[in-house]
Design a binder for this molecule. Structure first.
Ligand SMILES: [Fe+2]
Length: 186
């Protein structure tokens, strides 16, 4: 006859002695961050980057919509130009989002959240082709100014990597605006 097993009795856990030295880098559920950017600065820069990612992502969606809906004599040129621009914006949004993670913060996601954070007021314009292209010119210029503001903030916070990344974004948005404007003959 089988003998019923006695339920295992948990042994009392041995008390761990309080550390006598300063706590190591290990705390909570992971490693604390000890990079070139201090904690307060990381918070500030990451907050600015949430707006930068929302702007880039929203402009990506908007440029994609224009890519689909352009028509007219310059259809192919505008279709190709907006193709290059929306792909680049998509990649940029990803890079900005990943910088937020490297700074130790979570990235906001979702259309509604982005709409609350972005400076772009209408992500799905419908109009004539020149109207839609003009709108993208204005949006790229607006985003370039925002990137400039955020780049200065990053520099003041001592986050050189983010500063450089955002300075590069100014150049891309200004180039986008120039190419779109020129395609209208302006
Ligand atoms: Fe396409």
């Amino acid at each position: 006859m089988a003998v019923a097993k006695k339920p295992a009795v948990a042994k009392p856990k041995a008390k761990t002695a309080a550390p006598k030295t300063a706590p190591s880098k290990l705390k909570g559920d992971g490693l604390s961050i000890n990079t070139s950017v201090d904690r307060g600065a990381r918070e500030k820069v990451a907050e600015a980057l949430t707006k930068a990612v929302a702007d880039s992502y929203t402009l990506y969606v908007k440029t994609l919509g224009v890519h689909w809906n352009v028509q007219g004599g310059n259809f192919y040129g505008l279709h190709k130009l907006t193709d290059e621009q929306y792909n680049e914006l998509h990649q940029a949004a990803d890079e900005i989002a990943e910088r937020i993670r490297a700074l130790g913060k979570l990235v906001p996601t979702g259309g509604e959240t982005f709409r609350a954070l972005t400076v772009i007021d209408n992500e799905a314009p419908h109009g004539t082709t020149p109207q839609m292209i003009k709108q993208l010119v204005l949006d790229n210029e607006t985003v370039a100014r925002r990137m400039s503001e955020f780049a200065e903030l990053a520099e003041e916070a001592g986050d050189l990597f983010t500063h450089d990344m955002l300075v590069a974004r100014i150049g891309v948005h200004e180039q986008n605006a120039w190419m779109l404007r020129s395609s209208l003959g302006e």
